[in-house]
Design a protein around this ligand. Structure first.
Ligand SMILES: Cc1cc2nc3c(=O)[nH]c(=O)nc-3n(C[C@H](O)[C@H](O)[C@H](O)COP(=O)(O)O)c2cc1C
Length: 347
């Protein structure tokens, strides 16, 4: 077993880097390029049953932001965008990605189907199509950030644990023998409860957390950049994701496999998410900032870190999460605050 290998429950992964769903993997060529970059697998661009989701792609727009959240002509560190879904027919798309999945399955990689949730009936029907196509992994995204802005019913966010259990149970019933991964929103602080709810419905793993909604005002035009609120993530989000991973690991007793997404830009970031409980990570923006080669760079960085220290990836999973303590457990340091204020405060 290689030092990079990991697994989502009983589903083995060659390494902890998965190319997440998004426009770069909306074509077979893009999926193949991601796989050539060395990822363990690809979550193909999402579908759903509502044609408004696909139509939204024609109104999608994107801008690169710097670390302060200001638009930049450079490569940027964050994407700010409104997105849409694939316009390919679902059966045809699933047949195409299943063919690649069969091919790369021989070398231990996978291609997953993904749905951005719009309603239980559609989710059940599309999950059934994924199974009939022979796909092995189905990711159910119940937390796409665009839900509040897209056409009514095109995208639905599920943040109620009871309803989520119900939904996952229905999807589970038609995905027997497949991996069922549930991708949760970043727009709720209820993630541990949602993860518990997804497990109760029969999910094999959860992925967290979706990007946030933001507004970027333009100092030249005084108008909102892109004209709308839009989704925003970045390296700055990583510590927030890490905390929710750790809290979820605690809430689930460590027996629900977790995946981290939102903010991974380096091998160190993959490892930070692993320390908080992630068995693998899903990366997308990096591909839009630096191309598919960014995925190779991240995998190489994880490998070098482990090789230099004689460690395996698996032995790092959850180490920071399990060492997490509460405020009340800290030693008292009464004057510590004085090191962090201007000297005038103490005059
Ligand atoms: C342009 C764009 C399109 C995306 N489309 C989807 C999608 O169709 N389905 C989905 O589940 N997630 C989608 N995502 C979310 C990503 O899969 C990923 O979880 C998120 O961008 C956070 O990871 P990152 O910081 O590595 O980008 C999209 C993200 C971006 C930036």
């Amino acid at each position: 077993m290689s030092r990079l290998s990991t697994s989502i429950g009983g589903f083995p992964l060659l390494n902890p880097v998965i190319c997440a769903s998004g426009e770069p993997v909306m074509t077979e060529a893009g999926i193949r390029a991601a796989l050539r970059a060395g990822v363990a697998g690809v979550i193909a661009k999402s579908v759903n049953e509502n044609p408004a989701g696909g139509r939204q792609l024609d109104r999608a727009d994107y801008v690169r932001l710097d670390a302060q959240g200001v638009p930049t002509a450079g490569r940027g560190v964050s994407l700010f965008n409104r997105s849409g879904l694939t316009q390919r027919g679902t059966e045809e798309w699933f047949a195409a990605i299943a063919a690649i999945d069969r091919e790369v399955g021989r070398e231990g990689r996978f291609v997953a189907a993904s749905i951005v949730y719009a309603g239980a009936e559609g989710a059940v029907s599309i999950a059934g199509m994924a199974r009939r196509a022979g796909l092995r992994v189905f990711e159910l995204n119940v937390g796409a950030p665009h839900a509040s802005e897209a056409a009514a019913g095109a995208i639905v966010q599920e943040t109620d644990p009871g309803r989520l259990t119900d939904l996952v149970r229905q999807v589970r019933a038609v995905t027997e023998g497949m991996q069922l991964w549930v991708k949760l929103t970043g727009l709720s602080s209820n993630l541990p409860a949602l993860a518990v709810a997804a497990r109760a419905g029969g999910a094999d793993a959860v992925c967290m957390m979706g990007r946030f909604m933001a507004l970027v005002p333009d100092l030249e035009t005084f108008a909102p950049v892109l004209g709308t609120s839009a989704a925003y993530g970045g390296g700055w989000a990583l510590p927030i994701v890490c905390r929710f991973l750790a809290l979820t690991r605690k809430a689930t007793g460590g027996d629900l496999p977790l995946m981290g997404t939102n903010g991974v830009r380096s091998g160190g970031d993959v490892l930070r998410m692993a320390l908080c409980g992630a068995s693998a990570t899903e990366l997308l923006s990096i591909v839009m900032h630096e191309g598919f080669g960014g995925l190779t760079r991240v995998i190489d960085e994880v490998d070098s870190f482990l090789a230099e220290r004689g460690l395996t990836f698996r032995e790092l999973i959850g180490r920071s999460a399990d060492a997490l303590t509460s405020y009340g457990e800290q030693p008292e340091t009464p004057d510590r605050w004085k090191d962090f204020v201007p000297k005038e405060t103490l005059a």
